[in-house]
Write a new protein. Structure first.
Length: 225
């Protein structure tokens, strides 16, 4: 899949830093049409960390909707967590026929979590824009389910959205404990609908088929059926 002219213009607003004019953000990654997705998978910050020049703008936009192209052109050493996210996305497509959009609490490219905390403390404008990009992507594609995977992503998500959650029942629990609790709350979208929030361990534990995620996968199946 390649992006249309209209969609490319929207993606361009999400990925280019208005101050530097360079590519600085990864708004999402999906293998297919994100508008047909019912499920978001949420991490902390984009991975793998890519250094892309503005000359690669159109190629990068096309890669965001084609996992094969993304891996071919932008493959670097990736973590076990990122590989687990890709495996989960593949499992969802094969078993539940669901196209998953992978995104992050903050969509700004950062070398590591330490950089995240530094920019947050500085109230850096690029950091703030990274938070806004996720919000815009979420409200643009309006999924039914948002899966927050991993302790770090859950911490950052709560810092930004805990006060907005409806029927929130996850306070005081770890991501691992919440994995078997089903929907932990709902987050209102700008269109008036609410997205169901699920929480699970880091996808580094998913492996190829998520054998140890049985209860979690059952919850997803029930929510999407």
């Amino acid at each position: 899949m390649t992006v249309s002219t209209g969609f490319f213009k929207k993606i361009q607003q999400w990925i280019v830093d208005e101050n530097s004019g360079e590519i600085a953000y990864q708004p999402f990654q999906v293998n297919g049409n994100p508008y047909k997705s019912n499920v978001f998978l949420l991490g902390a910050i984009p991975e793998p960390y890519l250094q892309i020049t503005i000359e690669d703008l159109k190629l990068y936009a096309d890669a965001l909707v084609n996992t094969e192209v993304f891996q071919e052109f932008f493959h670097e050493n990736t973590s076990r967590e990122y590989k687990g996210c890709l495996n989960f996305m593949s499992w969802m497509k094969g078993q539940l026929q669901e196209t998953v959009v992978y995104t992050n609490v903050n969509c700004l490219y950062m070398e590591n979590i330490k950089k995240y905390n530094e920019l947050k403390k500085q109230k850096d404008s690029s950091f703030t824009k990274g938070l806004e990009v996720f919000q815009e992507v979420l409200n643009e594609f309006t999924p039914k389910v948002l899966i927050v995977q991993g302790t770090t992503a859950w911490k950052y998500f709560l810092e930004e959205y805990e006060d907005q959650l409806i029927d929130y029942n996850g306070k005081g629990y770890s991501a691992q404990q919440l994995e078997t609790n089903g929907v932990v709350g709902k987050l209102p979208l700008t269109n008036g609908e609410n997205v169901n929030i699920l929480v699970c361990r880091s996808m580094s534990y998913f492996g190829k088929t998520g054998t140890s995620f049985g209860d979690f996968k059952q919850t997803l199946d029930e929510l999407l059926s």
